[in-house]
Design a protein. Structure first.
Length: 200
């Protein structure tokens, strides 16, 4: 299956960006990953130095259109598993707060459901690629709900095929960029699994 092989071959953010351009029609005009992104220092988003040390790298994808509602971040982690607590701290630093100080408003902020995190984590040679999205708390929880779409090259054909089909169906760049509500809805629907849940 060529699609499965293509996903298996994605081990770095630059190779993922090529997939987003070629397979999902994202309007990316350069192969130079550095030209596509803004750099963040981990300490900008996580003041706690011990927690910030879990981040190798964090970059924001430059907006690809003027009315893009989504803030898209590429995050490279040290740990073997997606560090959910760290993800929540990053989220907290990027979400618009009810009382936003003028000083902090110098950099961009988003609504929680308009943030998309693309993460890489795991041992060298066995890195996992994960798309992650937060939504409103569910049930009695007071914490935002995290759902992911993730894979690595050791996943089953079933899992990889499902990931590819979901990416193609839900995270394709919209034909009508002006319909922001439909764009938000389509991308959000890509996320159904909690971290470490499996497809059955």
């Amino acid at each position: 299956m060529p699609n499965v092989d293509r996903l298996r071959s994605i081990r770095t953010f630059p190779s993922l960006v090529k997939y987003l351009r070629d397979e999902l029609d994202w309007p990316i005009e350069t192969d130079d990953f550095e030209d596509l992104t803004f750099d963040y220092a981990p300490e900008e988003l996580i003041p706690n130095a011990k927690v910030a040390a879990k981040l190798q790298d964090i970059k924001q994808l430059r907006p690809l259109t003027s009315n893009q509602p989504w803030g898209i971040f590429f995050i490279k982690f040290e740990p073997k598993r997606l560090p959910i607590v760290v993800m929540r701290r990053i989220l907290r630093s990027l979400v618009i707060k009810k009382r936003q100080s003028a000083q902090k408003a110098e950099r961009p902020y988003w609504q929680m459901h308009d943030l998309l995190f693309v993460s890489s984590y795991g041992e060298q040679g066995d890195r996992v690629i994960s798309f992650a999205h937060f939504s409103d708390p569910e049930g009695e929880s007071l914490l935002p709900t995290l759902r992911v779409l993730a894979w690595d090259d050791k996943d089953t054909v079933l899992h990889l095929d499902h990931a590819h089909e979901t990416l193609k169906a839900k995270l394709r760049w919209p034909d009508d960029e002006s319909d922001v509500d439909a764009w938000r809805s389509s991308w959000a629907f890509a996320f159904t699994l909690r971290p470490r849940e499996v497809i059955t």
